[in-house]
Design a protein around this ligand. Structure first.
Ligand SMILES: [Zn+2]
Length: 228
């Protein structure tokens, strides 16, 4: 919301800040009430016009229920604010960077803070491959096509080239072909005996065995199991 009487930008949410200092104080609102300020810092917002703007000296006031954009602060910083025909526009160098609409006596801007995921891990955008690994090894093309719209704060560094083959994908998505069927056939008892030893098991059997050994006669298909 644009506020012509406010001297600072205000947000109720600590999570909006990219830089935050805990500085307590009191803020006097337009209706003459005083509310507690918990901190101050910088908030980066993305506007409907596609601009990313960092507002400094933003106050964190948990008691307010919406965002306040202070007109005087924007004007001091060199922006132009136009109110006309039920709309508000903020311009820098003749270009509209944020616009909004009037609802009764208040102007609401079409912009939202970026709860920037990168800010928690570092200040530079992560590479496409890092995002690929973070997002459960989603395909690079799907990440590029849908990621920016689907995830708030996703910031891909397009200057890096993703490797052609991801080792994790190679291991996780490869399948094992079934063993070929045997063509050998036995013609009498005990000519071929198939045997397998399995174990050690995590839990012992009641008799205290940890292994099983199986012997299967190929001709009769008679099986014997030993517990060891
Ligand atoms: Zn992968």
């Amino acid at each position: 919301m644009i506020d012509s009487s406010a001297t600072h930008h205000i947000t109720p949410y600590a999570s909006d800040f990219s830089f935050y200092s805990k500085i307590r104080g009191a803020v006097r609102l337009g209706n003459k009430s005083t509310v507690a300020q918990e901190g101050t810092g910088s908030v980066t917002i993305k506007t409907s016009e596609g601009y990313t703007i960092t507002l400094s000296n933003v106050l964190h006031v948990p008691m307010v229920n919406t965002y306040f954009i202070a007109v005087s602060t924007l004007e001091i910083k060199g922006s132009e604010i136009i109110f006309a025909s039920g709309r508000a526009k903020i311009l820098i160098g003749g270009k509209t960077i944020i616009s909004g609409v009037r609802d009764q006596k208040l102007y609401w801007l079409d912009a939202a803070p970026i709860a920037n995921l990168n800010l928690h891990v570092g200040s530079t955008p992560a590479s496409l491959h890092i995002w690929h690994q973070c997002m459960g090894h989603i395909s690079h093309s799907a990440l590029k096509a849908h990621g920016l719209k689907a995830l708030k704060g996703l910031d891909i560094d397009n200057t890096t080239v993703a490797p052609a083959v991801c080792h994790g994908c190679e291991l996780g998505k490869s399948t094992h072909q079934p063993f070929p069927r045997s063509t050998k056939k036995s013609s009498r008892i005990l000519e071929i005996v198939h045997s397998n030893l399995a174990g050690p098991m995590q839990s012992k059997s009641i008799q205290g065995s940890k292994y099983t050994a199986t012997f299967i006669d190929d001709f009769l298909h008679h099986a014997v199991v030993y517990y060891l």
